[in-house]
Design a protein around this ligand. Structure first.
Ligand code: ATP
Length: 306
């Protein structure tokens, strides 16, 4: 439903997006995580067609979002990080104003307003002044407004960052319901934990590049500190490095004289097998001096085999 391919964007010398490629399926709640300045807002603004990319392909629902921006806008609901509210309006007046802006036919406007109030749990606030709403309610009201024209895709820029935990949970519940109804949701945040409960998949953005993409569990595993394995041999360690070539999980083995060291991204139980390979391939007698596997925040494991 959302496709980005090789999207680049610069602001003068600053590179905001450096070749972003993403593919998000219908009904997915997709988390977009990154530190301040990573390029999240720029991505969302490009998808919302309020910013133009310098390069790359952007499609929403299979339609080119640059060539057919007008069509794509009808399918998008964009919630920017900051926005103004009309404090002196009542809740229903606010929604009615935007229903007219979106050209909803007179016959369907009331129904549409009732639906979004129900969905965002604001029915009993229909007659309230906006100035009397809590932050969480305002955020839900802005979401209600964003849903009036029944967008298929929601682009939410840090929608819960200023909410207290309870308001956050309420907001998350609404997103789950929207996903059940088939909406595709791209939700930016800088807190992984916040997205863990709700998102089907997440992408990590850093300096304008997607560094990792997948389920929360796979991302956590990818980000977990890797143990460093150090194997000290009785002679030159270069042949031992060759023995580990192609072994899954062995990351950038380095030889320093008789020391072979590398990070290991596989399961801990697989480490003895790596030792075995090194030992059996290195010398006819299979000797190694010492081996140390260092797990961050964990005990050090030592083995000797000679
Ligand atoms: P935050 O979490 O702080 O909102 P972000 O991940 O949304 O950050 P962006 O706002 O997309 O990041 O910014 C990405 C980079 O592009 C930053 O270096 C920012 O300074 C730069 N940038 C964004 N918009 C503009 C602009 N209009 N003019 C100049 N530079 C910009």
């Amino acid at each position: 439903m959302i496709e980005l391919r090789g999207v680049r964007k610069r602001f003068g010398e600053a590179v905001a997006l450096d070749g972003v490629t993403l593919s998000i399926g219908q009904g997915e709640i997709f988390g977009y995580i990154g530190p301040n300045g990573a390029g999240k807002t720029t991505t969302l603004r490009i998808l919302a067609t309020v910013e133009e990319a310098d390069e790359g392909e952007i499609r929403i629902g299979g339609t080119n979002a640059v060539r057919d921006a007008e069509a794509v806008r009808r399918w998008i609901g964009y919630m920017p990080e900051t926005y103004g509210m009309y404090e002196d309006l009542l809740v229903w007046e606010y929604l009615d104003t935007f229903a007219r802006v979106y050209d909803l036919p007179a016959g369907t406007r009331d129904r549409a307003i009732a639906d979004v109030l129900e969905l965002t749990d604001l029915v009993d606030r229909r007659e309230s002044g906006i100035e009397t709403l809590s932050r969480g309610m305002r955020q839900r009201l802005f979401l209600a407004k964003t849903l009036l024209h029944e967008p298929r895709v929601l682009l939410l820029d840090e929608p819960t960052s200023a909410l207290d935990p309870r308001a956050r949970v309420e907001f998350q519940e609404i997103l789950r319901e929207l996903s059940r109804r088939g909406k595709t949701i791209l939700w930016s945040s800088h807190i992984l934990g916040e997205l863990a409960e709700v998102c089907h998949r997440v992408a990590i953005l850093e300096k304008g590049q997607v560094r990792a993409i997948g389920t929360i569990d796979s991302i956590r595993a990818a980000l977990a500190p890797r143990p460093e394995v150090r194997i000290r041999l009785l002679g030159d360690a270069a042949p031992a490095r060759a023995a580990l070539e192609g072994c899954p999980g062995v990351v950038e083995p380095v030889v320093e004289g008789n020391l072979l060291r590398f990070q290991f991204a596989g399961p801990r139980e697989a480490i003895p097998e790596l030792h075995r390979r090194v030992v059996s391939s290195w010398t006819p007698t299979g000797e190694l001096l010492e081996s140390v596997s260092r797990f961050a925040g964990d005990e050090t494991t030592k083995t000797r085999s000679h």
